[in-house]
Design a protein around this ligand. Structure first.
Ligand code: ATP
Length: 351
């Protein structure tokens, strides 16, 4: 089912939680809504669910205006962070309960429970109660309880945040394959940009109630619409340096290089850690720098550098084979093909 938000606003008293949000989620798409705490993600999802009414704007499921419809009328499934299973019921009953309530015939319930349990790999746990299940198994039962009702739209709000890191990674992959099997529209809220990047077909980035960019993850990463997106997506974050255009060159102390565009509007240079090259020998580099912190993260190293003319540390990512120590003098150069340039308003004018 296609979901369209048309100029949605949501105010709570003086607080503008969501500001003029227009967004279409295509039928079968996996869209992740991401942004920092308080940016309006949950409120947006709750409006799609029908748990919250927009102050202004319309919501459509396909061509149907559902703005005034109850959650039941919308045929959605909602999975929260704090999914609550019925503790006294077996996993099987937890799955079948809603269907029994709807008066679905018994043999069909059996079939759907079996199908759902197989899809989620919990066939062996059907007779156990929630207290006897691991966190991941409980999470699967919670998902199963939603899937079994065959919703038109699947809404998930930070469903993995109570799981430990390893299980979270596993469930991310499982949710993706589940989405491929179900082909249901899924809208997933998280504050975790890495989760958003790895799971989504498209990512919608919000800040302070306003949609910043909607794009496939790699586009948001490589062509961020503005400084907010550039800084939010990617870890460690993009480096930002004050910059000006002078005689056809970008000057961002201590770096200077031929400008890829002819615009006086440049005020800031953005460069990702992996787009900086660190050399043991400073003589051939664009600038010299002092190593402040050197972190080995396994597949690469993260180096915090003090560069002349720039107060904040500049962060570079190097190959794992490079060995450095705090206090070392190194060379540092910007990959000028991979720079991002921003204007005074924070809009990206070159990616
Ligand atoms: P988080 O990741 O912390 O859950 P979020 O991005 O989901 O944040 P929302 O929960 O949508 O953000 O909240 C957006 C803004 O609206 C916040 O400023 C919040 O304080 C406010 N808000 C949300 N719900 C209500 C409410 N019921 N009454 C008053 N203000 C609210």
């Amino acid at each position: 089912m296609r979901v369209t938000l048309d100029a949605i606003n949501k105010r709570f008293g003086d607080t503008v939680a969501v500001d003029d949000l227009s967004l279409t989620i295509e039928d079968g798409e996996f869209l992740v809504l991401v942004g920092p705490s308080g940016c309006g993600k949950t409120t947006s999802l709750r409006m799609i669910a029908g748990l919250e009414e927009p102050t202004d704007g319309r919501i459509y499921f396909g061509d149907r205006d559902v703005t005034g419809d109850s959650p039941q009328e919308r045929e959605i499934a909602f999975v929260f962070q704090d999914y609550a299973l019925y503790p006294h019921m077996t996993a099987k009953r937890n799955l079948s309960f809603a269907l029994e309530d709807e008066g679905v015939p018994e043999d069909e319930i059996e079939r759907r429970v079996e199908e759902t349990a197989t899809m989620l790999g919990i066939d062996e746990q059907l007779d156990q109660r929630p207290g006897e299940l691991s966190g991941g198994q409980q999470q699967r039962v919670a998902l199963g309880r939603s899937i079994i009702r065959d919703p038109k739209v699947f809404l998930l709000d930070e469903p993995l945040s109570n799981l430990d890191a390893k299980l979270r990674m596993k469930m991310r992959a499982e949710l993706q394959s589940l989405h491929q099997n179900l082909e249901t529209t899924m809208i997933y809220v998280t504050h975790d940009q890495e989760e958003a990047m790895t799971m989504s077909d498209r990512i919608a980035i919000m800040n302070k109630g306003t949609l910043q960019q909607v794009a496939p993850p790699e586009v948001a990463y490589n062509q961020p619409a503005n400084r907010f997106v550039a800084g939010f997506i990617g870890s460690p974050s993009m480096n930002f340096l004050d910059a000006t255009l002078r005689n056809g060159r970008i000057v961002a102390d201590p770096f200077a290089f031929e400008s890829p565009l002819d615009s006086e509007d440049v005020t800031e240079l953005g460069v990702r850690p992996e787009d900086l090259t660190v050399d043991y020998d400073p003589s051939d580099a664009q600038a010299s720098a002092t190593v402040e912190v050197f972190e080995q993260v396994g597949s690469s190293n993260i180096v915090y550098l003090q560069v002349d003319g720039h107060e904040e540390s500049v962060v570079a990512e190097t190959s794992a084979s490079m060995k450095l120590e705090p206090g070392d003098t190194v060379g540092v150069s910007v990959d000028t093909e991979r720079v991002h340039l921003f204007d005074r308003t924070g809009d990206a004018i070159y990616n």
